[in-house]
Design a protein around this ligand. Sequence first.
Ligand code: AMP
Ligand code: GLY
Length: 443
Amino acid sequence: MKVLILGSGAREHALSYKFSLSEDIKKVYLLPGNELVKRFEDNEKIEVVDNISLKDFEKIKNFVKENKIDLTFVGPEAPLVEGIVDEFQKENLNILGPDKFAAQLEGSKAFAKNFMKRCGIPTADFYTFKSYEEAKSFLENYFDKGLFGNEKVEDFKDIYKKGFIVIKASGLASGKGVLVTNDKKEALDFLKKIMVDKIFGKSGEEVVIEKCLDGTECSFFALCDGENFVSFPTARDYKRAYDEDEGPNTGGMGGYSPNPIVDKDLKEKIIEKIIKPTLKGLKEEGHPYKGVIYLGLMITKDKEPYVLEYNVRFGDPECQILVRRVKDDFGKLFKQALNGNLPEKIEEDPRKAFCIVLASEGYPFAPCEIDLKALEGKLKSLNEKDLKDIKIFFANKKGRILSVTSLGDTFKEARDKAYKVMEKIALENTFYRKDIGKDVLEK
Ligand code: AMP
Ligand code: GLY
């Protein structure tokens, strides 16, 4: 079996590694992959195809046909939102992922909110606007008169954070399209940037304004076959760039699995109240969901899960962490998802997994480029003992550079192993968070 993974980050490197462990898999192509994988990955099953753009669906399909690829899997959201699955399906090529309609769960927040409303899936109360004037007057009423539409702010249920409101550009905005605020000027400025200055382009043609949920955030990942699903091990990531959750939001700077917040009872609620109705709703609307679904959730103080957002892909770095703990053969599992016959559940490694991301200085705004020769020297300095239970997944020369992942019997053991390697390979002009998993050390 030959597999094609689309994407260029450490997430896609992690996927190609996991697929390569499958006995049935002869070759894993990584398109477009990245220079670091090409240079530092010595696994003979993994091959980088860097002469085709991720945007060129025609060329990708030709590559699949010419190389007789058995299964294609997409890492990032953009190709899914742009309809790559529909394009493949027209020619009967095997690809696992949601079609263009279902991918709107991530591609359009307005679509996702309305879908949840239709299906009775718990999420914050909201309004959507295509007109700047109407959205502006809604916000003015909220701040000046204490009204959310017709509802009085003082009547909000206590799951909401008093005084705060959330404004979201509906389309894709690389995680930058959301503002949580209790300040009128900040809210109106953000709205103007989205709808008048169009800083997110077309993604800001519609906005969602919603009530602000109070609680603890967590993520949940499942693999779906159109009707059924299996859940992946739980994980958490750290979004802020610097220690103690300071600094700008990033794609993610590290994390661990399992996530102790998601106990048996909460998992059951997420499945019954969110995953099952999501799959049922999409099937009824004629677009059964196939592929990975990733829920961004707020868990309120009464332990109820609410959806903040849907993503139609794996998280990065959560994927790097999860692949270390899933025991199932990915070749077999993903084929089962494609054919609609998933197993009852995924088998999890009982050990803990950790991930620490190395980024280049300036990330996320203006990252500098690192010296690959210097990195090569650092990597060569690692000995067999350092690398026990470690796997390093590579990304780019600038921005997020690589993810060090580890396994250990306890969180502390896994964390110590990962940090030991990171200390040895961190170069000049790079940084990493020193406090990943500080909160679970006792667990
Ligand atoms: P989203 O891209 O919709 O997940 O929003 C990005 C981040 O904004 C989330 O991870 C939350 O931290 C925050 N957020 C979004 N919606 C809400 C909400 N309704 N209440 C509280 N925080 C929110
Ligand atoms: N780690 C968060 C994301 O991939 O969106």
